[in-house]
Design a protein around this ligand. Structure first.
Ligand code: B12
Ligand code: SF4
Length: 542
């Protein structure tokens, strides 16, 4: 069978989409022919993409990725539509899959309509996290035939195999199926996949621009590795709630991890096959692994992989012993959710159980081990006030991370905090996240306006990093940015000097940066030009 997958990614937020790759690799291994239509490379939303906005929030220094071949074509929707039609004609798929998040669901469903217009008899299946929160909305779309309401690694290959054999597909777990009379079969979610049984992702299936990404001031050739899936906690603003609710009948098996030996084999394979020189783990909390496993991981990773890597961790598990182990293995940077400095917001609104002292201690430990740290905060949750935001600023000042990511709360479907916002009248029950809202505050709360929230998000890192004597000037650029352009430049310069001194960027000792770029340039010079359209270029993030 020929399976075509749409990777709907309008913001050109690159990096390898792990889940989709698992699905395609499994299908390919089963003898099916697979192809990807990836709209990341068209840069349709490039005037205001996440990278640029986060760069303007001073979350990191923007880097020019063009020398590494990471360029995009700024094109119109008509152009993309023609490309889709050409792809459909050339590949002539038997089944079409579309992967969406809430933000990209409008685009994804637009592609579904386009496919149906061109190939009306080819079934369309839609999957991705949004389908776990609003399967009814997705299946009701006239161009959608099936929705994957859970993990896809068993459901999708079963579907494709059965269609190939002409067998019934009506009882496949995790799938909702629309029948010709319009009725819908809603199969329950089945058991969770054992991560050890997954194939090594076939990175050749995605455009190699997804592999060249910036980190802390340099570009590396990297991929995401999923060593663990799930999180045991239930913070009210986090997508893990969606997964836990979806799999409420399988909760005991929800949090899974790959065996260390299996994990190392996969990384060694990917390193050798694709010439990777950096690894990022997607795990929500890499340090959840018990110490014995981290000891084994450290030994094998050093011996067999020996590449710098980045993880995310939760303060509870960032103990001296665990941080020391991953540091020894080659971990250069840890990203940690600090979220808020307000005790009330933390415990009552976010329902997070990590006390502020624990967070401060975790940063102290990570710095002691020479790890570059990055702190993530969320502002604008229900009941947030200017005062609670300044409590967060104070906490960040105490933690002294090397970089700070300030985000505004997004009320995605399926989150407890969204329900709360609706109940309190802060959010319209029909609110649906769209990319046009990127980095916008969307709740309507009496105690703080959205303008104030957005202005604070934009200046958050200045408040959190510059000496307090600068705060009155920061307030001027927070409140009247247009009238204080020069002042903004001066403060931003001062900020970069402080952060560069503190270590926002990182030179990995012994890494041959010049050699790597030269090698990439040679590789690119031997390639045929990608196409004749305007090369808009791209700046990326760390
Ligand atoms: C790594 C990551 C990225 C990477 C890779 C993206 C990717 N698609 O893999 C990058 C940096 C590119 C990225 C970008 C974005 N991300 Co992101 N990302 C993640 C993260 C941390 C892990 C994703 C992952 O690997 N999960 C594990 C895999 C196995 O699960 P999965 O991708 O959902 O796929 C499984 C199923 O959903 C299903 N499935 C998926 N697609 C399809 C398609 C078909 C046909 C079928 C049958 C099944 C199926 O099968 C897969 C295997 O089981 C998640 C959080 C999380 N824990 O999931 C956020 C998350 C998915 N991202 C999110 C968002 C918002 C975005 C962006 C919109 C951000 C932006 N404004 O640019 C873009 C959109 C990109 C896109 N179109 O996917 C949100 C989505 C929220 C929501 N409710 O919709 C999440 C949940 C985080 C959050 N804030 O809550 N992201
Ligand atoms: S600890 Fe992190 S990953 Fe886990 S539920 Fe809370 S926010 Fe989500």
């Amino acid at each position: 069978m020929k399976f075509l997958m749409f990777y709907v990614n309008d913001t050109s937020n690159t990096k390898v989409p792990t889940g989709i790759l698992y699905l395609l690799t499994i299908l390919k291994q089963r003898g099916h022919s697979v192809s990807v239509f990836d709209n990341s490379i068209y840069g349709q939303e490039k005037d205001k993409n996440d990278h640029d906005i986060r760069g303007s929030f001073l979350n990191f220094q923007l880097l020019d990725l063009r020398p590494y071949g990471v360029t995009y074509n700024r094109v119109t929707q008509d152009y993309v539509d023609t490309e889709v039609a050409r792809h459909l004609q050339n590949f002539d798929p038997d089944i079409i899959g579309i992967s969406i998040t809430e933000d990209t669901s409008n685009s994804g469903l637009y592609f579904a309509s386009l496919c149906k217009r061109i190939l009306p008899n080819v079934p369309v299946i839609v999957g991705g996290v949004y389908c776990m929160t609003r399967p009814d909305q997705v299946i009701s779309h006239e161009s959608v035939d099936m929705v994957c309401v859970g993990e896809g690694e068993i459901a999708l290959p079963t579907l494709v195999d059965r269609i190939a054999k002409g067998e019934s597909i009506d009882d496949i777990q995790n799938l909702w199926i629309k029948k010709s009379d319009g009725s819908i079969i809603k199969n329950p979610v089945g058991s969770l996949i054992d991560l050890n049984l997954l194939p090594y992702p076939d990175l050749s299936l995605v455009d190699d621009r997804h592999l060249f990404a910036p980190f802390a001031g340099h570009v590396y050739k990297m991929t995401y590795i999923e060593s663990q899936r799930g999180c045991p906690r239930r913070c009210t603003y986090c997508c893990n709630q969606v997964f836990l609710n979806t799999y409420k009948d399988h909760i005991k098996n929800y949090l899974r991890r790959k065996n260390v030996g299996r994990l190392i084999d996969e990384i060694v394979y990917l390193k050798n096959e694709y010439g990777l020189n950096f690894i990022q783990f997607t795990d929500d909390d890499f340090l959840l692994r018990p110490v014995e496993e981290l000891v084994e991981f450290t030994k094998l990773y050093k011996e067999r992989v020996n590449l710098p890597f980045w993880i995310q961790a939760e303060a509870w598990h960032a103990t001296d012993e665990k941080v020391g182990l991953v540091r020894e293995a080659g971990c250069v940077s840890i990203s940690m959710g600090v979220e808020t400095g307000s005790e009330y917001i933390l415990t009552k609104i976010m329902k997070r159980k990590t006390p502020r002292e624990k967070t401060i201690e975790a940063f102290r430990i990570m710095h002691k081990h020479g790890i570059r740290t990055s702190a993530n905060v969320i502002i604008g949750v229900p009941e947030e006030t200017r005062e609670t935001i300044f409590q967060t600023i104070e906490l960040i000042r105490e933690c002294e991370p090397k970089s700070v990511n300030s985000a505004i709360f997004i009320p995605y479907y399926g989150l407890e905090l969204r329900e709360y916002a609706v109940q309190k009248g802060y959010l319209d029950d029909n609110y649906h996240r769209d990319l046009k809202d990127s980095w916008r505050a969307v709740l309507t709360m009496p105690q703080i306006s959205n303008d104030e929230l957005e202005n604070l998000a934009r200046t958050f890192v200045l408040y959190a990093s510059l000496p307090k004597e600068d705060w009155s000037d920061i307030e001027k650029i927070e409140k009247k940015p247009d009238e204080n352009v020069e002042l903004k430049k001066i403060l931003e310069n001062k900020f970069w000097n402080i952060m560069l001194e503190r270590g926002i960027n990182l030179d990995i000792p012994g890494f041959d940066y010049d050699g790597f770029l030269k090698e990439r340039r040679t590789e690119l010079s031997m390639r045929k030009p990608r196409n004749s359209y305007q090369d808009a270029g791209h700046v990326g993030t760390a």
